[in-house]
Design a protein. Structure first.
Length: 173
């Protein structure tokens, strides 16, 4: 059964609810929120179901907000991708990633970097991300940096409408 999902690039409250549930309650992270969340350039993507419950999230922001990534023009950072358990394995994570990439691209991103948990590196690899640098601990979980060059193109409104329509066709398992 198809479910209508709404994607919002500016929904910190929705993203916060998902991040608390997934990263803090499930995975045991303590330092989930930081100054990046308060910066107006940060896009706090949240996905809500038909009842307006947050079910997935991510954030994307210019690289100057992330120490050590570099500040080249067009370099952005993606992270905090999370999907609540009852919506996992439905393709929603891939759709949130694609939606976030497009939102960043529309704001001038030419490449995205992310700090992936080792367990989900294959997911990002399938989306075109390549690993670089050493394995590092983020709190108690091993991570590694990955990057992807984004296509250099201007987004036509019809293409964006098609992407949003595709993203909204997420189904529940």
């Amino acid at each position: 059964m198809a479910e209508t999902l709404t994607y919002r690039p500016d929904d910190f409250d929705g993203a916060k609810a998902v991040r608390i549930r997934v990263f803090m309650e499930e995975q045991g992270f303590q330092n989930e929120f930081d100054g990046v969340d308060q910066d107006p350039r940060t896009l706090e993507v949240a996905v809500r179901d038909a009842d307006d419950n947050p079910v997935g999230c991510a954030r994307v922001f210019p690289s100057e907000l992330e120490p050590g990534v570099g500040t080249e023009e067009g370099r952005w950072v993606f992270g905090r991708l999370a999907v609540v358990p009852e919506h996992r394995h439905s393709g929603l994570g891939s759709k949130i990633l694609a939606y976030s990439e497009e939102e960043a691209r529309m704001r001038g991103a030419k490449e995205l970097h992310l700090h992936a948990q080792l367990a989900v590196m294959p997911f990002y690899g399938r989306a075109g991300y390549e690993p670089y640098g050493p394995v590092e601990l983020d709190e108690h979980v091993e991570h590694r940096w990955m990057r992807k060059q984004l296509e250099c193109r201007k987004m036509l409104s019809s293409s964006r409408t098609a992407l949003t329509a595709q993203a909204n066709k997420a189904t529940r398992p």
